[in-house]
Design a binder for this molecule. Structure first.
Ligand SMILES: [Zn+2]
Ligand SMILES: [Zn+2]
Length: 154
């Protein structure tokens, strides 16, 4: 349950943060459509499991980014340790965000989505490379990486 005092938080803060009236209407609609989620303002767009969506400062794709975070919440994403799972979740959240975008009449920017996903792909690639020999390592469920060439299981 969302305490009553949290409702309408957006209304007071969002304009002060540089958003316009049209944005305000959008965020209010989200608040109405998703009363189970809590919307806050913060320094960047993020989802804090299980139900908090942090709205970052205004930028070109604020609404689309917000829908992406809302999608994480709808899909009930939790903390994730396995990196491949993380990438899958990001993909799933973008797919959901596209669905929501058409419902809310928000323009989808495929380039933004690919850029966002690339940061995870790069990160995944970086993390999976063995620093010693450059071979792609694999992860065990404890999130640790192992190189098939350099590491002995210990
Ligand atoms: Zn995400
Ligand atoms: Zn290695």
């Amino acid at each position: 349950m969302i305490p009553r005092s949290n409702r309408g938080f957006i209304e007071k803060k969002i304009l002060k943060n540089g958003y316009d009236l049209e944005d305000l209407a959008f965020f209010q609609r989200l608040e109405t459509d998703f009363p189970e989620f809590r919307f806050l303002l913060g320094d960047k767009f993020k989802f804090r499991p299980p139900k908090t969506i942090v709205i970052g400062p205004p930028e070109a794709f604020s609404r689309l980014l917000t829908l992406h975070e809302v999608s994480h919440a709808i899909l009930k994403h939790k903390g994730f340790r396995m990196d491949v799972t993380r990438l899958k979740m990001e993909n799933a959240a973008w797919e959901k965000a596209k669905e929501l975008a058409s419902k809310y009449g928000i323009e989808v920017n495929e380039e933004l989505i690919q850029d966002e996903l690339d940061t995870y792909r790069d990160w995944l690639h970086q993390k999976s490379r063995c620093p010693k020999c450059g071979l792609t390592r694999f992860q065990t469920p404890d999130s640790r990486y192992h190189c098939p060439r350099c590491d002995e299981f210990s």
